[in-house]
Design a protein around this ligand. Structure first.
Ligand code: ADP
Ligand code: ZN
Length: 213
């Protein structure tokens, strides 16, 4: 099963991906997470990517496509995987098509999380992440048990640097200009399904109706 999650920044791709991981037992591949891991480990890729991420811009396609190609060469993807945050433009979608073709794989379904614009900014500005394990919280909707401390590993939770208002607006603009085109791209291939993206449980219910238990 190969699932692609489409949606604007803050649409909840990561939250839905976590639920899919548990249900289908396949890995969650987030290019944003891969870039952040690289930055945390101070790799050259991480340093380069951070320059773009901090401005809310896309990391160059050639680098992004390379890290995805490499990730999809690992053994743990043999039963399928969930892509979150990739592809983000037509060029990346075409690169992905080539990678999948080489492995003889086909996309099962592309799920577009159609969260209304006014909810996106609210969600992102309240988002907090664990500085150690990356667990995601929200100051209103998903509070930590103890203020400012991760429930899982007890390290401090912080705001992602690219979650400030100015950068968020740039990210949403880039989504509108580039990523939105993928809705038509996959719709024309007959692969697209839309879900509402307003609450996590309702969206999950819609996803299950599309993909099956
Ligand atoms: P969000 O979906 O909320 O924007 P992500 O963690 O997916 O968060 O992405 C954070 C940043 O990482 C993006 O703004 C971009 O700079 C970079 N990034 C992630 N995925 C890609 C991609 N497929 N292509 C280019 N840049 C990417
Ligand atoms: Zn943690």
């Amino acid at each position: 099963m190969i699932i692609i999650l489409l949606g604007a920044p803050g649409a909840g791709k990561g939250s839905q991906a976590e639920l899919l991981v548990k249900r289908y037992n396949i890995p969650h591949i987030s290019t944003g997470d891969i870039f952040r891991d690289n930055f945390k480990n101070e790799t050259p890729i991480g340093k380069l990517a951070k320059e773009y991420i901090d401005k809310g811009q896309l990391v160059p396609d050639s680098l992004t496509n390379d890290i995805v190609r490499e990730r999809l060469s690992a053994k743990d993807v043999s039963n399928g995987f969930i892509l979150d945050g990739y592809p983000r433009n037509i060029n990346q979608a075409e690169a992905l098509d080539k990678i999948l073709k080489r492995f003889g794989w086909e996309i099962t379904r592309v799920i577009n999380i159609a969260t209304p614009l006014d909810l996106l900014v609210k969600r992102i500005s309240g988002r907090r992440v664990c500085s150690n394990c990356g667990a995601v919280y929200h100051i209103e909707n998903k509070k930590t048990k103890h203020e400012g401390i991760c429930d899982i590993c007890f390290n401090p939770v912080v705001q992602r640097e690219d979650d400030n208002e100015q950068t968020v607006l740039t990210r949403i603009k880039i989504y509108e200009e580039q990523t939105k085109d993928l809705i038509d791209y996959y719709n024309e291939k007959g692969l697209l399904s839309n879900v509402s993206g307003i609450t996590i449980p309702q969206t999950d219910k819609e996803v299950v109706e599309i993909l099956g238990e």
